[in-house]
Design a protein around this ligand. Sequence first.
Ligand code: FAD
Length: 323
Amino acid sequence: MSKKVIVLGEVRDGALRNVSFEAIAAAKKVSGDGEVVGVLIGDSVQDLGQELIQYGADRVVAVEHPHLKHYTSDGYGQAFMAVHDQEEPEAIVFGHTALGKDLSPKIAAKLQSGLVSDVTEIEGEGDDAVFIRPIYSGKAFEKVKINEGPVFFTVRPNNIEPLEQDAGRSGDVSTVSADIQNLRSVVKDVVTKATDGVDMSEAKVIVAGGRGVKGPEGFEPLKELADLLGGAIGASRGACDADYCDYSLQIGQTGKVVTPDLYIAAGISGAIQHLAGMSNSKVIVAINKDPEANIFKVADYGIVGDLFEVIPMMIEEIKQLKV
Ligand code: FAD
């Protein structure tokens, strides 16, 4: 049976996040040949609708309100429910982002539906779709099939291939008016920490450093390598605890979960809590002086050596390739 699927497009700093396009590709699989409707929530987001359509949505519904300028679960919850009640979809897709992780359980509770969170792969299509998600910190995978009720799932960023953008594709972008009221909190302003470089959660390449970088200055060659590869910097908790870098860079069980195409781990031992955040990366390169380091167990390519010798060599090689 074909399904109507609604997909929440996520906007950050006035632009759609990649995970929105990945969620549309996932929605297409689940819809069979049904309709995929993009949802945009904000105070001035309607103009982004055509981009969602170019990535595969059939049409887009936007909810705009001054109180939706910044995310609150109350405000976005009311806005999303307004679209839901109008569209009456059979399936819902969110990104498994900070926003998606906060909002999806609230919506699932309101709808009294189940929720399959953190999906990394979908086997089959339409009613036969089987959702694959990591469990036990990525040590095993669970396959979930939904036999009845609404199909509600979140997709982990960087795992599901988005459809190719088709600039010639167009569709209807309409608005739903929602009376956003009784908010328990209103965000007046968001002060973002100044960061340079690429956002780790959507980076295709991450160069991560551990306690082996020996100090804040030890991250400099890693930053140079990351910049050359168009990637982001990450860290182990060991490096964060030692004050070599900010905790916002921490990857792992109590940090961020990332799945880039390439993960370079330098001076990281590979504790189970670190692996929980990066072991699903597509290609893992580990650089460590200790040939017995646990990180080599998950690495596709292992380099036994001093990172302060290996990373400059990598930088030189890449510069040569770029000439
Ligand atoms: P170390 O274990 O000290 O490893 C440093 C490595 O660098 C060593 O393998 C060494 O051989 C290598 N090295 C040293 N010098 C060089 C050099 N010059 N060149 C190359 N290699 C070199 N950790 C996380 O990362 N993320 C988490 O989210 C997280 N959550 C946790 C939650 C809990 C409840 C607990 C208990 C722990 C958690 N940890 C987490 C901590 C985790 O157990 C490890 O302590 C931590 O990951 C170790 O960091 P590290 O690999 O940088 O340091």
